[in-house]
Write a protein that binds this ligand. Structure first.
Ligand code: SF4
Length: 407
């Protein structure tokens, strides 16, 4: 029906470019037809961002739609990393299903900033400066790409896409030259070495991000931008450093694993996000701050999973590059050293459309997950471990008494 076998000599010279992979022919004529992926496909991505994942992100960026694998899915239903965490979808109920089709509202808004429990009044004035808080309509923001990719086109593409989707984009302050885009959706990433560039910023960002902890720099940035949120970027694992920074007044954290979702100690993001979240819960201050998680989030379902593990929102890195059809030059693990090759010529409009489509698709998939979990607000999903199931736990419960079971 797709015209693959409708050429002059039928199945002897199939027109492969027309195949959509529905597999009907292999079911109907198994002795005659086999459908195999193009061998070039296996060279896409790397060992973490597998060809299947690249294919999915490219489809989402092209169409803006939710990819449907449905009954034809032949892969495993568990695995390592994010695949070892399943969401409990036993709450598929009418009101939240209606939310997916627009008849009810499911909120995907998150708040970023300090959220103190109370205001202390002294001499008829609040004793501290009012907390800064900003809301974005999707729990996703864009992280800075590797420095080698920060061309004018890439910067403008990411900035325009962030503005179009009403989210934020983190960009090194030194990449925000005179002709660079301006606006509250741009989050300058600051190191002490680039303070001069910060002085010449020319706009008041909604949020600024410190590349690492520096008490003096923190105070300096707060003084220069008293109405902006100051976020601290930290590599995972970071519990001790996070608590120290909290004590010094930081309330927004951007915690990062590497591109494969691993912290410097080799543990996966699931454990590391949970650890950071639980550390603030133990200090009884979790609700007063914000945790943004990043690294290894390469599929739509990773967003709700990271939020369940304790993040308020997530940042995207490699999926944005894949949406822009970047090719991987070897294994992309570390942010500082990974290299990618973007198409030699692309327009800002094209890139913005691709990233906007990706966000539309991921938001729809977030609604699907929330609807199935019976949640009508993404803020209530944060740290909701009661809705998470771990494959290893379930297997242990089910099989541990059977001889030969190995955990
Ligand atoms: S899988 Fe077979 S039937 Fe389906 S589009 Fe491709 S060639 Fe046609």
């Amino acid at each position: 029906m797709y015209g693959v076998f409708s050429g002059p000599v039928g199945g002897f010279a199939p027109r492969e470019h027309l195949c959509v992979g529905c597999l009907r022919c292999t079911t109907q004529y198994p002795e005659f037809v086999r459908i195999l992926p193009n061998p070039a496909r296996s060279s896409l991505g790397d060992s973490y961002f597998t060809p299947d994942r690249v294919d999915t992100v490219c489809y989402e960026a092209r169409s803006g739609k939710v990819p449907v694998k449905g009954a034809g899915y032949r892969g495993p239903f568990g695995g390592s990393g994010w695949d070892g965490l399943w969401t409990d979808m036993s709450e598929i109920v009418r009101p939240t299903r209606d939310g997916i089709h627009g008849r009810e509202f499911i909120s995907t808004v998150i708040d970023i900033g300090a959220k103190p429990w109370r205001v202390t009044i002294a001499d008829e004035q609040p004793s501290r400066r009012p907390p800064q808080l900003l809301s974005i309509p999707i729990p996703v923001l864009f992280d800075a790409p590797p420095a080698a990719l920060l061309t004018d086109t890439v910067v403008r593409t990411l900035a325009t896409a962030a503005e179009a989707t009403e989210t934020l984009v983190v960009l090194p302050v030194e990449s925000l030259g005179k002709s660079a885009p301006r606006g509250r959706h741009i989050v300058p990433l600051i190191t002490g070495a680039h303070l001069a560039a910060l002085q010449q910023l020319g706009f008041e960002p909604a949020m600024l991000e410190l590349a690492g902890w520096d008490q003096q720099l923190f105070a300096q940035v707060q003084a220069q931008f008293p109405r902006s949120i100051v976020c601290l970027r930290m590599d995972l694992p970071s519990t001790d450093a996070l608590l120290r920074a909290w004590a010094s007044g930081v309330r927004v954290f951007h915690l990062l694993a590497n591109y494969h979702g691993r912290g410097s100690d080799g543990r996966f993001a699931i454990d590391l996000f949970r650890e950071a979240h639980k550390a603030l819960v133990a200090e009884r201050c979790r609700d007063e701050g914000t945790i943004l998680g990043g690294g290894g989030i390469i599929a739509a379902e990773h967003v709700p999973k990271a939020i369940i593990c304790g993040c308020d929102g997530v940042s995207l890195d490699t999926p944005l590059l894949v949406a822009l059809q970047a090719q991987f030059a070897g294994e992309a693990v570390r942010r500082e050293t990974s290299s990618f090759k973007l198409p030699s010529r692309f327009t800002v409009d094209w890139g913005v459309m691709r990233i906007t489509n990706l966000m539309a698709s991921w938001r729809d998939q977030l609604l699907e997950v929330m609807g199935a979990m019976g949640l009508r607000e993404v803020r209530r999903m944060r740290g909701e471990m009661g809705r998470a199931m771990f494959q290893t736990d379930l297997e242990r419960e089910a099989f541990s008494e059977i001889a030969g079971y190995v955990s």
